[in-house]
Design a protein around this ligand. Sequence first.
Ligand code: PAF
Length: 283
Amino acid sequence: MKIFLNKTELSSYLEEFKSKGDSIGFVPTMGALHEGHLSLVKKGLEDNNLVVVSIFVNPTQFDNGEDLIKYPRTLDADVRALESVSKTKIVVYAPAVEDIYGNNVTSQAFSFDGLEHEMEGAFRKGHFDGVGTIVKRLFEIVKPEYAYFGEKDFQQLQIIKKLTELYNLPVKVVGCPIHRADDGLAMSSRNTRLTTEHRAAAPFIFKTLQTAKIKFGTESAKVVTEWVEKAFKEEPLLDLEYFIIADTMTLKPVKRKSTQKTYRAFIAAYAGDIRLIDNIALN
Ligand code: PAF
């Protein structure tokens, strides 16, 4: 498998590839790859002749220095996992921080029509400026036809769609379903850092979302939210940061339900010092 550490070499390889008329799919990641990432890569291979996977732990999207330091870095295992999917139709771009940022490790300030102020944006200051900066830069380097993102980070997916719209970036952003373990826990690179006890408790997040979905059929968002907050108080191993039922398009919390709109429920919760997020479509 080809592994590029340098954007200039990657770009010239991809230019040659594109000159033959072949299409390029792109899966940006921060590594520690799991089945969820591989499902994005497989979808990319169905739609394109080549899939570029970037593996880069982006410093500007972390609001917590400790989280950045502890973020798993497993390049060898990631390459092996990708090779199990294809040795010839996937290339890896695994740059050092300087290749992306030079000596100016800062993010651009973005406005994503307010999407950036909700949920993750409210709890992780500057997070979406960091995500916008890196994804825009990676799109400019890779110039893919299609880029694939998981719905686990649903707010990120909506923001990246907005980014491409605001900057007229010629890439189609494809959202892919959340990949779950057998017990329902949404796959995340952070799951590897859970203690055995916290791992056993974590499926409670998805179970609660499923019950919230059923309740939302007959109850108001306020009643459902109160029920979820109470349920979490009775689960000592998980600490709820937020539960929000939001409009799928604006991501603003729902005040009054409308049959014309679609909604999603979002959870962020701590299992020890590991922050987990998940969400579910409600209607
Ligand atoms: O979802 C992620 O892993 C990251 O936010 C992304 C899109 C790779 C940008 O660093």
